[in-house]
Ligand binder design. Sequence first.
Ligand SMILES: [Zn+2]
Length: 101
Amino acid sequence: MRIQLWKARSIPGYLICQIDEETDCYLSDDKHSVLVQTDWDYPSLASNFGFTPCANCRETDGTVDCVHRTASEMIQEAANFLDSKLGAIISDPGYFSQEVG
Ligand SMILES: [Zn+2]
């Protein structure tokens, strides 16, 4: 399954939408999309799209300070990264795979 990154409408946050494999269009209804609204979740979401919170040590997931950078810096950077990736499509790293029939 593939997912596409979008910005949430009218609220801060990002929307992860499933791609319909038949039509190749994204689905944005509640069942097929996930809203990521908490900025603490931005670094892990961004890392799915290739973001590295700290390239110097790679010891933080972006929500914990490392010796080089603060978490708030990395969260802000993750948001900028996500803004630059709107519309990007990747295979689902697990947002929907636990879906029950
Ligand atoms: Zn570091």
